[in-house]
Write a protein that binds this ligand. Sequence first.
Ligand code: MN
Length: 240
Amino acid sequence: MRILITNDDGIASVALSALATWASRLGEVTVIAPRVEQSGKSHAIDFHRPLEIKQVPLLDGIEAWSVDSTPADCVRFGVLGLKKRYDLVLSGVNHGYNLGRDIVYSGTVGAIFEAARLDMPGIALSTDFGDPTPALSQLDAVKAYFDEHALLRHCTHWNVNIPAAAKGFRFTQQGGIFYTDEFVPQGNDMYQQVGGPVFYETMPLTWDITAVRDGFVSLTPLTSTLTDLAVLDMLKSDDQ
Ligand code: MN
């Protein structure tokens, strides 16, 4: 089994190395990660300039590359640059949850959408802003749950958020807004976006945000097509 590992926190992320070490027990791992942090870069790619891409000594026995671009470009280099295919793309473990409507900004999830575009299964993994160790120690349990329920056969792309000391697993849908941000003026025409995650008291139980708030690993099956099929079907039938 060939596994491509990337993230949006950058090649120096401790959680990236830990994920790669963990995954190396499952198969042949290639790490391809951004040179510097790319959080919030979503599914962006950078094709207007040459990219600096270097093989780096990261972990013994694991091929690793540093890419001066986004997580999506890391996945693209792994396939289009190295001319290899992978049985699974893992992205993370991200420093900070990727939940609700805010996953549209996520570079961690963006890498998975690029895996989808290139016809490879992918799983985005995130935890809170604290020590990633409790989440990393649950990777065996997450894998066992995926295997037991054949989740990658049901859906090839998943957004997984792992709270510390999770009580169990919940299948969830993408919830509402998780990060509340504002533009704070700093003078001299400068503004800083400042915000943070918010868990509301009253959120539907089906939401990813609710599952994590309640201490469960949130498992959201993702789709990467943007067509509203319900509307399309309605308009098609109106047409007839
Ligand atoms: Mn990040």
